[in-house]
Design a protein. Sequence first.
Length: 216
Amino acid sequence: MVEGVGWICPLCGSGETALFHSNALRSYGRCGRCLLTFVPPEGHLTHAEAEAVYRLHRNDPGDTGYREFLDRLARHLPSRIPVGATGLDYGSGPGPTLSVILEERGYRMRIYDPVFAPDTGVLGEKYDFVTCTETAEHFAEPGGEFRRLDGLLRPGGWLAVMTQMLLRDEAFAGWGYQRDPTHIAFYRLETLMWIAGRMGWQLETPEPHVALFRKG
């Protein structure tokens, strides 16, 4: 990595960053403190450009394959969160589906999405759990976003995150996940551990790409 790029880590605020990778479209930084891999601001799409990409998504509660994909996270909640608890699906997307799955299992759900469900009133409430599936990789300022998520949780509440983890640095160049122009933050297990430590959360990783944080 090339030192002295001058980027500030959008998760931990450290200036201990370096160029991790670059291609014809954009560059990627790596934080030496929390190990977040990130696209610096000059590589971000505009809000309008990102929204245009999001509107191409075809998320459908009736799509069996999509429901099975989301169940990779949903199936871990009943053993930790009692039926009847109230949750928020943060980043619900154009076709809210996880909230439907969890309502079918007896949970009370609200949804929030800055593009498709922008009712900020739900952000003034407290929840027993918050789900965040295929959303954290879109965070331009993950430090602020995780603080917001912490503020949405009651003591003892759970934050359930699903995002593709960066498992091997040497595979990054060929990793399809980083090629999505709306994906700008990439997490290693060490990054999740850093987040848990900073926020005072307990971390469980019941399967690859699923992280469950419990607020103290």
